[in-house]
Design a protein around this ligand. Structure first.
Ligand code: SF4
Length: 355
């Protein structure tokens, strides 16, 4: 991240006045929006139940809302009845999961984010050139399992800068690093710096693996953190990019920071002595949940809301080809997916709405 990216000062409030700094961008990215719409469209088109392998995105509210509409979330492909329809989540799956689905004659819709698929392709390409691939990421995260499954013989997971001293490769002249899409940019760069110290010929990925949405949300938090006595990040505990936002906020000067799924999880005691509250949300979080937090804060005197805008986002992804084909056959227009850039709230969206 270039230092200029974090140089813009946040607006200053009047002395002693309570205020909120609201990060932009925040919330849904193009990959999450696409994955959620895929499930919604599948439910409309085929009728419930529609099976979804793993949480479609890592957000409790999204999963609960889709469950109410007839989605059935399973942990393993083997839990899906033979011949049924299953959607793969935005985090991606390994080739072994596709193979298992074929064996069970499942009808699959792959909602893997195209930016995750890009990392899969990089892994396949470097493995076919017989590189050792150092994958920076978190063990057990679905995305890491999916990417590692593309080339298990070639991939070594590196979880932190401290891990680097234990990393071994076959040929230090043929080694490349790739990464999970939702990591802390700063910590990843530190891990890579140490890897390069150890393996000077380490190759970089062809393009950034940490995705635009993860980076932009972190930059916005960096711009406002030093002004904040408290940072509230809306997101779920299993959301990697949301958790990183709390860490980044604390690292860049916010006096306190918490991750909450819902406004009613905010502890009133967190507001003791607080003038400025920062608010943001992870890439899997519907805007309605942020609006609830803003309402909760407004009721306690924090009604003055200013946006801190780090970037404009306009990326669009088409829906997965399987569902586009069926939508077309049903005479429905194909849907492109666009992220809500998250302006200052004007009208509250309907309760329970995901978008
Ligand atoms: S966070 Fe990034 S990689 Fe993950 S779904 Fe969103 S755009 Fe895709």
């Amino acid at each position: 991240m270039h230092p200029a990216d974090i140089a813009a000062p946040a607006p200053t409030g009047a002395d002693g006045a309570k205020r909120v700094l609201l990060a932009a961008p925040r919330g849904y990215c193009a990959g999450v929006d696409r994955a959620v719409i895929t499930v919604e469209k599948a439910l409309e088109l085929y009728g419930p139940p529609v099976y979804v392998r793993k949480e479609i995105v890592h957000n409790k509210h999204v999963v609960r809302t889709l469950e109410k509409r007839g989605a059935i979330f399973v942990d393993e492909t083997s839990e899906v009845p033979e011949g049924a329809r299953v959607i793969f989540s935005a985090h991606g799956v390994s080739p072994a999961v596709h193979q298992e689905a074929r064996q069970l004659s499942l009808k699959t819709i792959d909602a893997t984010c195209p930016l995750v698929t890009k990392v899969h392709r990089e892994a396949v390409r470097f493995a076919s050139d017989d590189y050792d691939i150092l994958l920076v990421g978190h063990e057990g995260h679905e995305e890491v399992e999916g990417t590692a499954g593309e080339a298990p013989e070639h991939i070594t997971l590196v979880q932190s800068p401290q891990d680097v001293e234990h990393v071994e490769v076959r040929d230090p002249e043929k080694v490349v690093w790739l990464s999970q899409t939702t990591l802390s940019v700063d910590e990843t760069m530190e891990t890579v710096r140490r890897l390069r110290e150890k393996f000077p010929l380490l190759q970089d990925p062809p393009s950034d693996d940490i995705c635009y949405a993860t980076q932009n949300r972190q930059v916005a938090v960096k711009q406002m953190a030093a002004e904040c006595d408290l940072m509230i990040v809306v997101g779920s505990q299993n959301s990697s990019n949301s958790k990183r936002l709390v860490e980044v906020a604390l690292e860049y000067g916010s006096r306190d920071g918490h991750l909450v799924d819902y406004a009613d999880e905010i502890d009133k005691a967190w507001l003791d002595g607080v003038q400025t509250v920062g608010v943001t949300s992870g890439a899997s979080v519907p805007e309605v949940l942020v609006r609830d937090v803003l309402d909760w804060l407004a009721e306690r005197g924090y009604a003055d809301v200013s946006a801190v805008t780090a970037a404009e986002e306009s990326l669009l992804f088409s829906l997965p080809p399987e569902i586009r084909r069926d939508l077309k056959a049903a005479g429905q227009e194909s849907v492109k997916v666009q992220h809500d850039p998250g302006a200052i709230p004007s009208a509250r969206k309907a309760e329970g709405s995901l978008r």
